[in-house]
Write a protein that binds this ligand. Structure first.
Ligand code: ADP
Length: 275
């Protein structure tokens, strides 16, 4: 046991005999310094998990924190594209180095390693999970205050392995209005509880559209069920984000760092307030 042992193996990289039995947590690269790790999860793909991971990183970077995004959505990587990053990651015998965006956010994604980013990733679960572990172990993350992990969607073996391997401090659940009426959110909540990861709260994306003439919200999917779901699972509601062409346009153009909109203030404060 280390002299400075605080009995919390998840925040310690020492490999000692008294290490928590059964812990599968991997150690980061010796040259990395990573502060808080926030997982962004969803029950299925296409609900805006990558957009929200990106926007949270943009908001934290704007506040002066050193910020990073690990794109753990290996089969649907979209982080480089929304930041307009086309260069490839570099590496040497010691490590892999993240690409840095215009505003200084460090990112790592399988698309930064593939020769052609249009190539599909046709890998089985263990290879995918192994790649995410490498993003944690082999990448030098340079003095990061907040890392956002764009998690693989769903509750299958890949997200499970990521939860077991990376010391995630908290998760933000992203959902669409349709998912709120199904059991998908409940499954994501149960997975986090089983993994003992605190839930920062839930964001409903594509919640409504705004009338371009009068600004009135149009509830395309009917009345929202976010309040009931939040009460049922004891989750704070962090926000309801409209479906808007400014978000899809900025993602398509690779301009998310220039996107204005005050949709994330509550989420940012909730993450900053984490112990
Ligand atoms: P996921 O990571 O959950 O698969 P993405 O973040 O890639 O989903 O979002 C899917 C698509 O929807 C992207 O093209 C993205 O730009 C778009 N999108 C996400 N949220 C919004 C929104 N609130 N308004 C408009 N388009 C959105």
């Amino acid at each position: 046991m280390s002299e400075s042992c605080n009995q919390d193996c998840s925040s310690c990289s020492k490999s000692c005999a008294s290490r928590e039995p059964g812990s599968l947590l991997e150690k980061p690269h010796a040259q990395s310094r990573i502060g808080k790790v926030i997982g962004v999860v969803s029950g299925k793909g296409g609900v805006g998990k990558s957009m929200i991971s990106s926007m949270l990183a943009v908001n934290f970077q704007k506040k002066g924190y050193r910020t990073a995004i690990m794109d753990a959505d290996i089969t649907g990587p979209s982080i480089p594209k929304v930041f307009g990053v086309t260069e490839k990651a570099t590496g040497d015998e010691n490590a892999i180095y993240p690409v840095v965006t215009k505003s200084g956010i460090q990112i790592m994604s399988v698309n930064l390693l593939l020769e052609k980013d249009t190539d599909p990733v046709i890998w089985r679960g263990p290879v995918i999970a192994g790649t995410v572990k490498q993003f944690w172990q082999d990448v030098v993350w340079d003095n990061v205050d907040y890392m956002f992990v764009d998690m693989p969607p769903g509750t299958g073996d890949v997200p499970l392995t990521v939860f077991q391997s990376i010391p995630i401090d908290g998760i933000v659940i992203v959902t669409s209005p349709q998912e709120l009426v199904s059991m998908i959110v409940g499954k994501a909540v149960k997975m986090a509880q089983m993994m003992n990861v605190p839930i920062v709260g839930i964001i409903e994306n594509m919640s409504y559209a705004e009338c371009p003439d009068c600004g009135k919200p149009i509830k395309i999917f009917g009345e929202s069920h976010i309040k009931e779901v939040a009460v049922k699972y004891h989750l704070p509601v962090l926000g309801q984000i409209p479906i808007t062409p400014s978000i899809s346009g900025a993602s398509d153009a690779g301009n998310v760092e220039e996107l204005d909109g005050d949709w994330f203030a509550v989420t940012v404060s909730a993450i900053e307030a984490m112990p």
